[in-house]
Design a protein around this ligand. Structure first.
Ligand code: HEC
Ligand code: HEC
Length: 266
């Protein structure tokens, strides 16, 4: 979980050296993120959004968000377990990064894949390693005890949702492997009330209709950047500040295609 760059990224002027260093850093991290939802196209907001349709779609999303397959990690403190969201046994702690506190780090028990046995720890893989974790201490993304507009706003607002624009939120919901795990949770665990395709469709309906959370607030007019686009914006911005003329041909921004190509060169 690296730093995320919000769409309204800005940086103080005197940063030529720092910017160049950042460019290198971004070049290094970009390929990792490129794999995340490659080919994803965000849903635009309709020119004639319908608030009622948007609210009805969120009501369907809420049924999934509050289902144990999602809620068990989206809690204020320690994770919950099972279809009744009981306290996790053994008692584990979130830790600063959401990956636990030694010796009971999540990865100690949760491996890179689900166990075929009931009541054994589920697992999944992130970049070749065990990826099971909850959101970090500094942004808990907790939905416990919330519903309706209150839940919707915590879920939608960048300040509480991991700095995601609507486009990034859609990308996460539609393409993230941790979200997808909810529909492949291993034996003995109930599935969320909508299937994944229906869930994705409701995400799109909610966004297309201005992502409303209540009956009065203004509807959203912009979905903001996707993660890939905002990374590119940051890179372009830093290049401009570092006095590098763009668009570049000598040092292309790595995409899955170009990084594959550059890796094959000595
Ligand atoms: C194993 C724990 C775990 C489970 C289970 C889980 N999540 Fe998450 N979720 C996370 C983590 C970790 C993050 C933070 C990721 C980040 O910001 O990079 C997150 C972030 C999110 C976010 C962005 C935050 C927000 O409030 O908008 C959404 C949306 C989300 N998850 C949806 C879901 C849904 C839907 C499910 C169930 C189908 C689910 N999650 C199940 C761990 C989990
Ligand atoms: C000592 C082993 C162990 C450790 C360490 C551990 N877990 Fe678990 N966890 C389990 C077992 C076993 C289950 C399955 C229980 C069952 O299905 O009855 C489980 C289930 C879960 C579930 C419930 C999944 C679901 O939808 O029912 C969540 C969420 C979870 N663990 C999160 C975490 C997090 C987050 C960490 C690190 C902070 C962690 N666990 C550390 C053993 C562990």
């Amino acid at each position: 979980m690296g730093a995320r760059f919000a769409a309204d990224f800005s940086m103080p002027r005197p940063c030529v050296l720092a910017c160049s260093a950042m460019l290198g850093l971004l070049a290094a991290v970009a390929p990792v993120h490129a794999a995340d939802g490659a080919g994803f196209q965000p849903t635009p907001i309709s020119t004639a959004p319908n608030r009622q349709d948007g609210l009805a779609a969120f009501a369907q999303l809420e049924r999934v968000l509050l289902h144990p397959r999602c809620l068990n990690c989206h809690v204020p403190n320690a994770p919950l377990q099972g279809d009744f969201s009981r306290v996790h046994y053994p008692p584990v702690q979130r830790g600063a990064d959401g990956k636990g506190v030694a010796p009971l780090q999540c990865a100690t028990c949760h491996s890179t894949r689900n166990s075929p046995l009931q009541h054994a720890p589920p697992g999944l893989e992130t970049d070749g390693k065990p990826g099971w974790q909850m959101p970090p201490e500094h942004m808990k993304m907790s939905w416990l005890g919330l519903k309706g507009a209150a839940l919707c706003k915590v879920f939608r607002e960048p300040a509480t949702n991991g700095h995601r624009s609507l486009a990034m939120l859609e990308q996460h919901l539609v393409t993230d492997h941790l979200v997808a795990w909810g529909w492949e949770p291993g034996p003995g665990r109930a599935l969320p009330p909508l299937d994944k395709a229906a869930f994705d469709a409701q995400v799109r309906t909610w966004i297309r209709n201005g992502a409303p959370c209540d009956a009065t607030e203004p509807l959203r007019k912009s979905i903001g950047s996707t993660k890939a686009a905002s990374t590119r914006e940051v890179v372009d911005h830093l290049r401009a500040m570092a006095g590098v003329a763009g668009p570049q041909t000598d040092t292309p921004i790595p995409t899955s295609a170009t990084s594959g190509a550059s890796r094959s060169q000595p």
